[in-house]
Design a binder for this molecule. Structure first.
Ligand code: XIL
Length: 316
């Protein structure tokens, strides 16, 4: 039987997983992570701002380098994640009372250094992560409140200058289907394109929950972005449920995974799918969504779940 990435590769796509540094010492875990189930790796935390610039101007790449080295050793591409976000920012940055000029320069310096360090080593960067609220308004965060919407173009231009060959993405959740938030992202990408700001792709996180229903017209949504002239990718896929699991919930979950794979394969510019780690052993879900879990195709004992893994494998 073919693995997930072998199947994806046969169709010109990749199938990837997120990982995190503490897990890299779990040899049973890394045996699967480094197998040909996965052709792409995303560091779940170690390229974020708090990890890479914990003190102003002091850069720290050990964690990110470990993930890049793992990927290289296993012939996997890396999705760099993320140069700018509202979460996991260091205290020096959030507690500073910056002018717009100061914050612009801090942002440019961060991206020049981090994307410069990884130049030529990452396939893509999630340059901007989660700019929107669910109603499609801009998220009121450090960046927007100080710089307005200009921070997005500033970040993208800095990333292009630092690593001209990396694909530059904007990434968000709850934009998988049609709706106010994906309309906002669509309008942003359209306007960036019209202004000549470098933008190569849109990342659809795909943090789904069976109790909230499947996103509306996902393939059609991905296609309208592709029609703007950008790549699209599913970047952080997981499908959670309220525990305990039962056969009905698992069947719904398997169907969601099938639907996502089919939506991506229906769009020629959908370059790949990344799950947000591959095993429930290291999923972020139980820690953040209380009482929920069982979101991934491998269980807590690193065994493939026949229904869920099987659904993805069959759909690919
Ligand atoms: C999560 C990590 O998986 C956790 O380990 C961390 O504690 C919080 O962040 N959207 C994103 C990711 O873009 O960076 C988040 O990752 C999950 C939601």
């Amino acid at each position: 039987a073919s693995t997930l990435n072998q199947l994806a590769k046969a169709q010109g796509r990749y199938f990837g997983s997120a990982t995190d540094n503490p897990e890299l010492s779990d040899t049973a875990y890394t045996a699967i992570l480094g197998s040909d189930e996965f052709g792409a790796i995303t560091p779940g935390n170690s390229m974020k701002w708090d990890a890479t610039e914990p003190s102003q101007g002091q850069f720290s790449y050990a964690g990110g380098d470990a993930v890049v080295n793992f990927a290289k050793a296993h012939n996997q591409i890396v999705r760099g994640h993320t140069l700018l976000w509202h979460n996991q920012l260091p205290g020096w940055l959030t507690s500073g009372n910056w002018t717009a000029a100061q914050l612009t320069s801090i942002l440019q310096n961060h991206i020049a250094n981090v994307a410069g360090h990884y130049k030529g080593q990452v396939y893509s960067w999630d340059v901007v992560n989660e700019p929107f609220n669910d109603d499609g308004t801009y998220r009121s965060d450090l960046w927007y409140n100080t710089l307005g919407t200009d921070y997005i173009a500033t970040a993208l231009k800095a990333a292009r200058a630092a690593d001209p060959n990396a694909k530059l993405y904007i990434n968000d959740y709850n934009i998988d289907g049609l709706g106010a938030k994906s309309d906002a992202m669509y309008n942003l990408v359209k306007s960036l394109k019209a202004q000549g700001v470098p933008i190569d792709g849109v990342g659809f996180q795909g943090h789904l929950a069976i109790q909230y229903g499947f996103p509306t017209n996902m393939a059609q949504n991905l296609q309208r972005f592709a029609d703007l002239g950008v790549d699209v990718a599913i970047t952080e896929l997981d499908v959670r449920m309220v525990l305990p699991t039962d056969a009905t919930k698992v069947a719904t979950q398997a169907q969601y995974y099938t639907n996502v794979v089919k939506a991506c394969l229906a769009v020629s510019r959908c370059v790949g799918i990344t799950i947000w780690d591959y095993t429930d052993k290291y999923s972020w879900i139980p820690g953040v969504f209380s009482g929920q879990g069982s979101a991934l195709p491998w269980d807590e004992n690193l065994a493939k779940k026949p229904d869920v893994y099987g659904a993805i494998n069959t759909a690919l």
